[in-house]
Design a protein. Structure first.
Length: 261
């Protein structure tokens, strides 16, 4: 519990923490080795995609910010008095360059056993954040990430996660408020694409709206089909038929895969 409180203090001191070598930084600017020996190390564990910039929170984008934050904090003794900040980096990518839900938790365990970090930064993807978030919750170690936007992370399961990015739950609430503001009560159609080989950003984005609409008693009708053999005229006819009548609540939503009209 003491470590958790210390970690929370650390998070307050790192508001900007979001190229450079991945090894730990040893001494802050203006510090001598003698000064460093009197300081207690605060170790951060960073788990992010190392070079795949398809992911918005990949290391080439986040690394410079982490390094700058560490250097600036170590250079100012008033920010974390009597402490010295270091970090260790591990790659969450698999051999194909994908942000991996199997690689990331292994890296988390390695970092925990080797360095016993005060906090984790990352992973930067939903699927990898899930198992790592379960570990950090079990270890009572804070986890800071912008890569956990899925609705599931808003439950009480992932108590260690501080999400610094937008969430799909709030996106869903925003969309519901838009519908209420304009009086869109008859029908809403949501179009999305689901590629199960990546982090499924479209799937998780639509999940937020899907869940929020369900929570306010809007009837939801799903239409799932294989795009390779679909007859679009039949789908349009079905949408028109559903749109002519009202559901029990007078509101309805169709969820469809992505296709061009």
């Amino acid at each position: 519990m003491a470590r958790w409180k210390e970690g929370a203090t650390l998070l307050l001191a790192l508001p900007v923490l979001l190229s450079l070598p991945a090894e730990a930084r040893t001494y802050g600017l203006g510090q001598t080795q003698h000064d460093h020996e009197r300081l207690q190390n605060i170790t951060l564990a960073v788990i992010l995609p190392e070079n795949n910039t398809r992911y918005p929170w990949a290391w080439p984008r986040i690394g410079p910010a982490v390094d700058r934050a560490v250097r600036n904090i170590n250079a100012d003794p008033t920010l974390l008095p009597n402490h010295h900040l270091v970090y260790f980096f591990k790659n969450s990518q698999d051999k194909d360059g994908m942000c991996s839900e199997s690689v990331a938790p292994l890296m988390a365990v390695d970092l925990k056993l080797a360095y016993n970090p005060w906090a984790f930064i990352g992973p930067g993807c939903s699927y990898s954040s899930s198992p790592v978030g379960l570990f950090t919750t079990h270890w009572s170690v804070p986890m800071v990430t912008a890569g956990a936007p899925a609705v599931a992370f808003s439950s009480g399961t992932y108590l260690s996660i501080t999400n610094t990015g937008p969430t799909h739950k709030k996106l869903g609430r925003f969309a519901v408020r838009i519908c209420e503001h304009f009086g869109w009560r008859e029908q809403v159609m949501v179009v999305f694409s689901d590629n199960k080989k990546d982090d499924r950003p479209c799937y998780f984005a639509i999940e937020g709206l899907y869940m929020e609409l369900s929570n306010i008693n809007i009837s939801v009708e799903e239409s799932v089909f294989m795009e390779e053999s679909v007859t679009y005229s039949q789908i349009l006819s079905k949408i028109q038929d559903n749109g002519r009548g009202e559901s029990a609540t007078g509101r309805q939503i169709n969820v469809l895969p992505n296709w061009s009209l």
